[in-house]
Structure formats: C-alpha cells, structure tokens
Design a protein. Structure first.
Length: 110
C-alpha cells in the first residue's frame, strides 16, 4: 500500500500542476519546477511523482489527442482533485506554522 503522506517533491509537483493549469502535462510541469526552484528537473522524476500523486488520488489524468509534433503520440494531462487541493492547503498551513516557529529563519541573513 502506498504511503499516505505527501513528500516534499510530490508537493512541489502538485503545486506545479496547480500553477500550470489545464494544460498540465510533463514538460510544462517540469519547466515550472525549474523556473520556480532554479534547479534542473529530470522529466522521469516528474512522471514518477505524478504516478504517486495519482495513486494517492491527489491528481487525475486524461490522455489528449495525438499530435503530429509528437510523432502521433498523445499527451497525458493532469488535473488536481479536490483532495489534492485540500492536501496542498494543509501542507501550506503546516509549513507556515513551522516556519514561524524557527527564530533562525526570522529576519536577516546569517
């Protein structure tokens, strides 16, 4: 059985899906992660996280129409579920409470 907790990378991928919107498939999701984190993202790791998120019912997927640009292959689009949005909000609240409780992270640089 899959672990119920939401890992930090899964949370980042879920947030990227929310940011990209209705055209969320692997490449733009990875691009959003790279742009917002400043780190290189492996497409395979994005798809692995999306599979875990789908197993946990935090996102759903649908297969689009085949496109000539992709050699006739179809894109797989991802949409957050209501449960996924709730999980993201819960994670945000928990992280904000934790953040506020760390004096070393308040104010100026060290």
């Amino acid at each position: 059985m899959a672990r119920e907790g939401l890992g930090s990378y899964e949370l980042m991928v879920l947030l990227a899906v929310l940011r990209v919107g209705e055209d969320a498939y692997g490449v733009p999701i990875a691009g959003e992660l790279e742009q917002t984190t400043g780190r290189k993202v492996l497409l395979g790791s994005v798809y692995a996280a999306l599979d875990r998120l789908e197993t946990k019912r935090l996102v759903t997927s649908r297969v689009g129409d085949p496109t000539p640009e992709r050699g006739g292959r179809a894109k797989k689009y991802f949409t957050p579920t209501a449960k996924g949005v709730r999980e993201a909000r819960q994670a945000q609240r928990a992280l904000m409470r934790l953040w506020r409780g760390v004096p070393a992270l308040q104010g100026g640089a060290r």
